[in-house]
Design a protein around this ligand. Structure first.
Ligand SMILES: Cc1ncc(COP(=O)(O)O)c(C=O)c1O
Length: 391
């Protein structure tokens, strides 16, 4: 079954998944797994959700693609929906998270140049993850992601995450700053949750210095942390926000939102994409977002997340090698005092899909439709594995 025709960018892959339904997937041998990763925060509605399947097949049977040279009704409807859900003024559709962030980076440069800054510079954070294109890997705060791809892109400077004083120091030493790009909660960086007033303080600094506040909500968005966007939990409006991952419940789509002084930065000819806003992707996205809103899955994520944190604390709170149990909504990290990548295979053996990020953080990103029983099943399988983990 494994082929040698694919570039080896993902290393060896242990499982072959062929089917999914709700919070479960099945491998090619017919074994069932409880999916507590949802394709890394993508399938928020679970697998093979009927609303998405119907929207995709309906659109695919009438028009798959026609180009952005023409009006696309599904794109316009989806944009209207996202405008109202986000409170943002406008948006641009791409196909992935990295593309949405590329659009944000271009907007920051336009904003900087509009103020006469020759080398507009974006503040990005240690341990951030923003994607794998050249500009977004430069924005990413991980040496392993940079290695071998130098020269990196100019126009970025780095600060520790959750450190407002560090940003103030940059503000007083660097007159080239045009924007801050930050994840409201760092996902790949190990489910790092900043202080409750972090986004508000960043907003205030951006207002003071006329910088754009650009929030990468690619992992935190689409209802995952208990509101459709994490910024909505903080009463903060960004100038730019990016979404992807769960936006099409598995159908590739991304979006870059603008508001306030960023609203009209892009003008005809500044940006574009052959596939961005494709009719099928937008039909999938509209069905996804309608379902999240109609079924109030943001509230489910908030409630289930609290429940899971409590249950894991009850089960593992006394474990010396578990140094922290944290999360917001269904974005949960269990931090061990030692690298623990082996737990992924141990969990799969027991019929559970999880992930380990930043070396020692078990990351859980279950679908928003997870039931209480499935949450209990997750705790029941994972807790003993972590308790008995002995590298
Ligand atoms: C916060 C964040 N930004 C950007 C990306 C990149 O998204 P994509 O892989 O769709 O390019 C990711 C992917 O993990 C992410 O978590």
């Amino acid at each position: 079954m494994p082929t040698n025709a694919l570039m080896n960018t993902y290393g060896e892959r242990a499982l072959t998944l062929v089917r999914g339904e709700g919070a479960y997937v099945w491998d090619s041998e017919g074994k069932r797994y409880l999916d507590a990763l949802a394709g890394i925060a993508v399938c928020g509605l679970g697998h093979a959700h009927p609303a998405v399947t119907e929207a995709v097949s309906g659109q695919a049977s009438s028009l798959v693609h026609c180009s952005n040279l023409y009006n696309i009704p599904a794109q316009q409807q989806f944009a209207d929906k996202l405008q109202s859900v986000s409170g943002m003024s406008k948006l641009f559709f791409g196909n992935s998270g990295a593309e949405a962030n590329e659009a944000a980076i271009k907007l920051a440069r336009l904003h900087g140049h509009s103020k006469g800054i020759e080398v507009p510079t974006i503040i990005v954070m240690d341990n951030a993850f923003h994607g794998r294109t050249l500009a977004t890997l430069t924005a990413t705060g991980n040496r392993k992601v940079h290695a071998g791809f130098e020269p990196l892109v100019r126009g970025f400077t780095r600060a520790p995450f959750n450190d407002i004083d560090a940003i103030k120091t940059i503000a007083s030493n660097n007159s080239n700053i045009a924007a801050i790009l930050v994840e409201p909660i760092q996902g790949e960086g190990g489910i790092q949750i900043p202080d409750a007033d972090y986004l508000q303080n960043l907003r205030a600094l951006c207002d003071e210095h006329d910088w754009l506040l650009m929030l990468d909500e690619i992992q935190t968005g689409n209802g995952r942390t208990g509101a459709f966007f994490n910024y909505q939990l903080h009463g903060v409006m960004p100038d730019v926000a990016t979404l992807s991952k769960g936006l099409g419940n598995g159908f590739p789509i991304g979006a870059c939102f603008v508001h306030g002084k960023a609203t009209d930065l892009f003008q005809p000819g500044n940006h574009g994409s052959t596939f961005g806003g494709n009719p099928v992707a937008c039909a999938a996205g509209l069905a996804t977002v309608n379902t999240i809103v109609e079924q109030d899955l943001c509230s489910s994520a908030a409630r289930l997340g609290k429940q899971l944190l409590q249950q894991f604390s009850d089960e593992l709170g006394d474990c010396d090698h578990v140094v922290d149990i944290r999360g917001q909504g269904l974005m949960i990290g269990l931090e061990l005092n030692t690298p623990c990548a082996e737990l992924v295979a141990q969990a799969a053996e027991q019929g559970l899909l999880i992930n380990v990020t930043a070396g020692n953080v078990v990351r859980l990103l279950p679908p928003l439709i997870f039931s209480d029983e499935q949450a209990q099943q997750l705790v029941a399988i994972l807790s003993p594995l972590i308790r008995n983990f002995n590298p």
